[in-house]
Design a protein around this ligand. Structure first.
Ligand code: ADP
Ligand code: MG
Length: 355
């Protein structure tokens, strides 16, 4: 048997292969309404209610670096990124199962700090931490979190429901998490240089990070937009499709378009970007719009709405309408600030196994 490296097909190609192998198992569970392919699996609980469930892995050296990540923030983010996937179904979180693998030499205090951060965040989102598993690790810390949530059947949003003419909307601001990561990595390298030369690394050497505070917060301590789900439910809004932005606007919009069989046309000038993110991009001689399109980890919601719902969201201070859904043959276009159309499918988001 010839063996193909995973990097040949990438993360999404690999998930497609896994999906084809496990598909027969889904047929044995008729109440499973949606298996692989959305932000959560969907299971019918009763005639009016769906349960949604999601899981995410966080690996040291892949997803986080203990040199730049406070432990409480790490615990918080591990839970938040899952709750964000629950929100992407227009659902509310109920409870979490948390598994952790640690080297034997890791301290008890490290674990306690991670769980304190996670508990605080769990309280914030009315989510119980109801169990999990613990194991030794041959190297590095791994955290795996699974969250279950609920949604009334008539309120569920999948990736697949967008139709031509729908508005394309995002919450919050984009690109901040990628900008924050740039600053943290720069600071880490300065610190390592000092340590290498036996010099002190203290407040005198450290940059004044205050001016980067919001972008760093977005990287280390993102929020899940449960507040937006509450707003939707209170106002009878059901997005025609929704996803959370974990890989970058370009890639996550492409997921919605692929699942819905449509195209999209968005405008650069409408993409919400913090001025701090723009400053950081300038400092690194990069483009803030690229942070938004392919930086990822913003955990904002990207959703589509019927055009007649315009007034229901237009006045919300934290929702931006960035474009509209088009027929599939029009592709995925971004009109830049000079009026040029760019094919977004050529911009890739984060993809594990890229070499
Ligand atoms: P998200 O970014 O929203 O967490 P992913 O890109 O990780 O979503 O996953 C996309 C879909 O593939 C989801 O439905 C997820 O459950 C499924 N998936 C990812 N990895 C695996 C795996 N190893 N086995 C089965 N399903 C998987
Ligand atoms: Mg998601």
């Amino acid at each position: 048997m010839s063996c193909k490296p995973i990097s040949d097909i990438g993360e999404f190609g690999l998930i497609e292969r896994i999906a084809s192998i496990v598909a027969p198992t889904c047929e044995t569970t008729p109440k499973l309404v949606k298996g692989i392919g959305d932000d959560c699996a969907v299971y019918e609980l009763s005639s009016s209610l769906f349960q949604v469930a999601t899981t995410d892995l966080l690996l040291e050296h892949v997803h986080f670096d203990l040199l730049t990540t406070p432990l409480q923030h790490l615990g918080s983010k591990a839970l938040t990124v899952n709750i964000s996937d629950i929100c992407a179904m227009n659902a509310k979180p109920c409870y979490a199962l948390v598994s952790i693998a640690l080297p034997a030499k890791a301290s008890v205090e490290l674990v306690e700090a991670v769980y304190r951060g996670m508990s605080e965040t769990a309280r914030l989102y009315n989510t119980a931490i109801a169990g999990g598993d613990t194991s030794a690790s041959p190297g590095g810390v791994t955290i795996s979190v699974t969250v279950a949530g609920e949604v009334e059947k008539e309120n569920i949003s999948y990736r697949k429901g967008a139709r031509p003419g729908d508005l394309v909307c995002v919450t919050g601001t984009l690109g901040g998490a990628a900008a924050g990561l740039k600053v943290l990595m720069r600071e880490k390298n300065v610190m390592l240089e000092h340590v290498k030369h036996g010099e002190n690394y203290d407040k005198d050497v450290m940059s004044n990070l205050e001016e980067y505070n919001e972008a760093i917060r977005q990287q280390l301590l993102p929020s899940a937009r449960v507040d937006i789900i509450d707003f939707f439910h209170k106002n009878g809004i059901v997005p025609t499709s929704m996803i959370d932005i974990s890989d970058g606007l370009a890639s996550d919009l492409a997921h919605i378009c692929k699942r819905s069989g449509v195209g999209a046309h968005i405008e650069e000038s409408r993409i919400p970007i913090l001025s701090q993110t723009r400053h950081i991009a300038d400092e690194f001689q990069e483009d803030a719009v690229n942070f938004a399109l392919s930086g990822g980890e913003d955990y904002q919601l990207l959703f589509t709405l019927k055009a007649e719902k315009f007034s229901a969201v237009a006045s919300h201070p934290d929702i931006s309408i960035i474009g509209k859904i088009t027929p599939a043959d029009e592709g995925l276009l971004l009109t830049d600030i000079y009026g040029m159309n760019i094919d977004i499918q050529k911009i890739s988001g984060f993809n594990h196994f890229q070499v």
